[in-house]
Design a protein around this ligand. Structure first.
Ligand code: GDD
Ligand code: MN
Length: 380
């Protein structure tokens, strides 16, 4: 039974030239509102990857600026360019994961879509994996020859440096720049790592290192992080908190779900908010009970807002449903508070251990608030 053979039919034996050789390298580019950067990036890849069998996969989370249209306009006439559109989702890490999973190439490289990663470094990253036997090659701002020039201000540099120091304490490999978003790796290794990834937030490479089934062989290649030419950074305080939640998740080794950890962290922030408002109220001469009521209310509202924007970012409520959710959240938390006080009083009157009593009450309240609000409000 002799059917047509693709290779023969298409290129080699003088067919219609239907097929191009399969890509050996997929460049995965997460992008959100990067319309102006798509063309320059593709042009830069042509330069940097001349002579290699590559493709580029832009993963766009339905950017309002129409990034995907720009990608598709290119893809119409260029088989190297692919677009993966995600609807109703946000997140750099999860975008990268899905982009990599859509690849059939032996090697994947990940880089930002804003031209901050120096594409001329790509060849060395790819060779390290394709030729020199490394599992992962990382474009690094923090080894000799690398530079972090592109971080706009001192504040971001400080945050970035402290984050790196923190992370290095729990990292299984020695790495100068574990927060890099610029790397190449074996696709099969990535794939085996996926089931253990937490997949939240910004730091997919770090996630990979903390989740890989075996200790990867790593090479760091210096590069200079460029300033952003067009568009703006998406890193905000929420992304930072997701980062903390991911670390906590990894430290707990998946013992607790990330969402629960995020929810609890938000709860901790809520306590601080409550105390701050209480303090302000008292300074302005309000009595204790009034101030504490005010503090509790403000904490509930800010907690709702943070959970909606952070813990449940992927299913964020808006408009009328958000107000409804807020109302429900306040009812649920009030019930949680009643349970908290009830349990605490019961334990206190039996054991007289006020710390244990308080902690048990709070723990019950958090679990209750989490379980009920995640089923009733955000429906996980
Ligand atoms: N699909 C998708 N979804 N892409 C996103 C999202 C998202 O929710 N958020 C950001 N991106 C894309 C951006 O469009 C950009 O191409 C890339 O991810 C990096 O985002 P930036 O907002 O430019 O981040 P940055 O410059 O602050 O940080 C980058 O540099 C760090 C080095 O300090 C990131 O690459 C980090 O991963 C990297 O560590
Ligand atoms: Mn950037």
């Amino acid at each position: 039974q002799a059917g047509p053979v693709w290779g023969d039919d298409a290129g080699v034996a003088g067919g219609a030239g239907l097929a191009r050789p399969a890509a050996d390298i997929s460049i995965v580019v997460p992008c959100y509102n990067e319309r102006a950067n798509v063309r320059p990036l593709v042009a830069a890849l042509y330069q940097a990857l001349a002579g290699r069998a590559w493709e580029v996969i832009f993963v766009d989370d339905s950017s309002p600026d129409g990034t995907i249209d720009e990608v598709r306009a290119l893809a119409e006439s260029d088989g190297r360019v692919r677009g993966l559109l995600r609807v109703g989702r946000r997140g750099l890490s999860s975008a990268v994961i899905e982009g990599v999973l859509s690849s059939s190439a032996r090697i994947v490289a990940v880089m930002d879509g804003d031209m901050q990663h120096d594409e001329s470094c790509l060849g060395r990253l790819i060779d390290a994996v394709a030729r020199d036997g490394y599992d992962i090659a990382v474009g690094s701002r923090h080894v000799a020859g690398g530079d972090n020039a592109g971080l706009a201000n001192g504040w971001r540099t400080f945050l970035s440096d402290s984050g790196i120091r923190l992370v290095q304490m729990i990292l299984p490999v020695r790495l100068g720049d574990p927060m890099s978003g610029f790397f190449a790796m074996r696709r099969d290794l990535f794939e085996r790592t996926v089931p253990r990834l937490s997949g939240t937030g910004f730091k997919i490479l770090l996630d990979v290192f903390l989740s890989a089934p075996q200790r990867p062989r790593v090479l760091e290649v210096p590069f200079v992080f460029r300033p952003r030419a067009a568009g703006e950074s998406k890193l905000d305080i929420l992304v930072l908190m997701q980062f903390v939640a991911m670390l906590a998740d990894k430290i707990c080794r998946g013992f607790l779900p990330t969402r629960f950890i995020a929810f609890s962290l938000v709860g901790l922030v809520g306590i601080l908010v409550n105390l701050a408002v209480l303090d302000i109220g008292r300074r302005f001469g309000a009595d204790f009970t009034t101030s504490q009521w005010l503090g509790t209310l403000v904490a509930m509202v800010t907690n709702f807002w943070m959970n909606n924007a952070l813990t449940y970012r992927d299913r964020r409520l808006r408009g009328a449903r958000m107000w409804l959710g807020l109302g429900l959240f306040m009812i649920i938390c009030s019930a949680g508070a009643v349970a908290d006080v009830g349990i605490a009083r019961a334990i206190f009157s039996r054991d007289g251990e006020w710390r244990l009593a308080g902690a048990a009450g709070a723990a019950i309240a958090v679990v209750w608030n989490y379980a009920v609000s995640s089923t009733l409000i955000w429906r996980v």
